[in-house]
Design a protein around this ligand. Structure first.
Ligand SMILES: NC(=O)C1=CN([C@@H]2O[C@H](COP(=O)(O)OP(=O)(O)OC[C@H]3O[C@@H](n4cnc5c(N)ncnc54)[C@H](OP(=O)(O)O)[C@@H]3O)[C@@H](O)[C@H]2O)C=CC1
Ligand SMILES: O=C(O)[C@@H]1CCC=N1
Length: 275
């Protein structure tokens, strides 16, 4: 009889982010989770930290999983596919016990995954790292063999780590450029704001606290009120005041254009990774 487990292929940054939250939220208990990871040191860390079973054998993780999360780099996918080739992956007349494959790989299209995994239910997802603290956002697109029960299973898992939006697959590269890569852009901004505070004479610890809470508080305000960002900017900029002096400098440095170009470049890179 199949043991129903959560199988993770690739215990790196994003795999761990999702695993940690799923365990903390009790979506899966540690004994129901198995992680396949080639690096012994990494396996030891994951086993110690989360109490999950670990292996270096991708087939072992896949064979016992009701949900198989692929979290390797896109460049490694072919090796994983050849490891899992010809596995039955929960082959059963009952779709409820069929293994659902969730791929978080940037760029990799459903068509490639579906042909590699012999038309199994595959859900392509782009999550982001705030998933670690339950504040993530994932965009998902379902493959051809995905039935409502499979989609519900994927949504439950991703819902435990943050918000979930369903999008046509054609939009997933754009999602990757924005929310998938976005935490890095925001982290750069927090760091730079803190540096600015230090340049203006603040001690580092206070500058970092001010920078972080400013980003958090602004996001919270926009979310709670539904206010347009331009309106908030107008409210903060007093005539002849400090903020418009700062905004002028940002415009001179093409701040908004830089962010637009960053999202577009990351979207393009996602497309390239899928080719
Ligand atoms: N980081 C992020 O914010 C996000 C990442 N993603 C996607 O998640 C995926 C993983 O990214 P990320 O976590 O950053 O990368 P990592 O390199 O941190 O994680 C990948 C893990 O897979 C392991 N691995 C390598 N080869 C194999 C193999 N043959 N079988 C099983 N595991 C293997 C790696 O081990 P080793 O280190 O020994 O090579 C590593 O631990 C990518 O496809 C990325 O596009 C999606 C959304 C956000
Ligand atoms: O940088 C990357 O390729 C991955 C995908 C989205 C975030 N990190």
């Amino acid at each position: 009889m199949t043991e129903f487990k959560f199988g993770l292929i690739g215990g790196g940054v994003m795999g761990e982010a999702l695993l940690s939250r799923l365990i903390a939220q009790k979506i899966y208990s540690p004994q129901d989770a198995i992680v396949s990871e080639p690096q012994a040191q990494r396996r030891a860390v994951l086993q110690q930290q989360y109490g999950v079973e670990v292996t270096d054998d991708n087939r072992k993780a896949a064979e016992v999983s009701e949900v198989l999360l692929l979290a390797v780099k896109p460049q490694i996918l072919d090796a994983v596919i050849s490891d899992l080739a010809a596995l039955s992956l929960g082959d059963t007349p009952n779709p409820e016990s069929e293994t659902v494959i969730i791929s978080i790989l940037a760029g990799v299209p459903l068509s490639k995954l579906e042909s590699a995994f012999l038309h199994r239910p595959v859900v392509r997802v782009m999550p982001n790292t705030p998933a670690t603290v339950g504040a993530g956002i994932s965009a998902i697109a379902a493959g051809k063999a995905v039935k409502p029960d499979h989609l519900e299973r994927a949504q439950n898992i991703l819902g435990a780590v943050g918000e979930v939006v369903e999008v046509p697959e054609s939009l997933l590269d754009a999602v990757t450029g924005l929310s998938g890569s976005g935490p890095a852009y925001v982290a750069l901004m927090v760091e730079a704001l803190s540096d600015g505070g230090v340049a203006a004479g603040l001690p580092r610890a206070i500058a970092s606290k001010l920078a972080l809470q400013t980003v958090l508080g602004t996001a919270e305000l926009l979310q709670q009120t539904g206010m347009h960002p331009a309106e908030l900017k107008d409210r903060v900029t007093s005539p002849g005041g400090t903020t418009i002096a700062g905004v002028g400098k940002l415009e001179q440095a093409a701040f908004r254009s830089a962010l637009i170009e960053a999202v577009k470049a990351a979207c393009e890179r996602s497309k390239e990774l899928g080719r």
